[in-house]
Write a protein that binds this ligand. Sequence first.
Ligand code: FRU
Length: 488
Amino acid sequence: MRTAPRVPRPAFHFAPQRHWMNDPNGLVVHRGLWHLYFQHNPEGSHWGNMSWGHATSTDLEHWTEHPVALPYLPGEQIYSGSVVAPRPGDEDLLTAYYTSAYDDDHQAQSRATSRDGGFTWELDPDNPVLDRGTSAFRDPKVVRVTDDAGGVRWIMLCVEADDRQVLFYASDDLRSWEHLSTFGPLGDEHVVWECPDLIPLAVDGDPHDVRWVLTLSTNPVGDHADPEGSSMSYVVGHFDGVRFTADEPRLVRLDHGRDFYAGVTFDGAPGGAAIMLGWMSNWRYADTFPSAPWRGAMSLPRRLSLRTIEGAPRLVQEPPGFVRAHLARATRTTVLGAAQPRDVALSDHALVELRWDPASTGALRLGLQGEGDARVDVEHTPGSGTLRITRSGSAAESVHPDFPWSSTVALDAAAPARLLLSLDGPLLEVFVNDGESTVSNLVVLGSGSTTMTLDTERHSPVTLTAVDVPVPDGAGAPVLADRADALA
Ligand code: FRU
């Protein structure tokens, strides 16, 4: 009998202390604290009893887990939703919108408020407050918008998941909602749409050219569901306060790996920054991933922007500042001048940056060799213009038959290239060319050390920076704490 591979606990990503987690919910910054609520089963390591778990951070690197914020109720689970930062003049009031998923297959939106900084919540006695009487109406994301005259309004996006539609609502008081418009259906018919978000971003930093980016998550359904499983997409367009109009009516893949889902942005982030967290798993095999006593982790927080690439605005996702800070103190910077394989020992928690010119090096191969035959291979072949990231080995096969996989992403061979790899236990995120594309995957390399091998087709320099990230005491396990600890 095959034994399950040991999965190290992440050190610089959030994972719950125990039990199941899926989507990030209620991302909000309030009084200097980054709040992360999350879909959580407080009683077991499989999906069920859905409740909102809660964690906070002051730096987005280290997280503290708190008691469950919104527990499931008799006959009702608490599905995904969002929290809005206080409105001016009432600095203490946080408002949450979530989906009440009733046992009779009915889904509608409910409201809760907090006056103690998001630690305890009072449910609205009128719940559900937005109800269409349908069975897949969910994932409210509330976004504050300011009109040209400086007036404030809130826009709520929800999906009719089975219809592949995003419904837009507006409110002036965060209580009553008016239906504005509906976007979709669009794209692949064999998926449901989940967890929308709407994000204003300046194209190439130009404040006079702000576009709205509609992000959403798609999960294949039906008898012949795509084995690649769930993933995220986006559409760039315009939002006139009522209706979202796509510049190009097609969904663009947001992350090219297997494990980035249900990503949404923080409300109230400093400077209006768009910081997204996603769930690093895939509905195809989430419940067989062999981590314990926890199951489910969040991605690195990514800063979103729009950059013109090949004539169109594309979403760029940059790694957080603390990743850059760790790399900046790296002592191991090696310039390779030979096509000799070069071995570097990494811990389970490491950051690696590579810079090279594919026109000079030809093909580049980076391998991560874990326990036994567990491997991840990153290969750039200039002829194909693609970067391929493959996870393989018997440990990968033991997770699920569809877990071994190659993810591919375009990488131009004509220009110098940069890759940033973040490995934190089972979480491997690759940022290509400073986030012009990203590839996020769960990996099962085992525990202990990983050997990284690097070689190129031709003799030509590659700049390699690698640093092990220190693991906090308790191997990164968040400590359950009360409000006073979080604010201390
Ligand atoms: C997305 C999702 C949401 C839903 C939640 C339930 O992963 O299916 O649509 O609200 O998870 O846990």
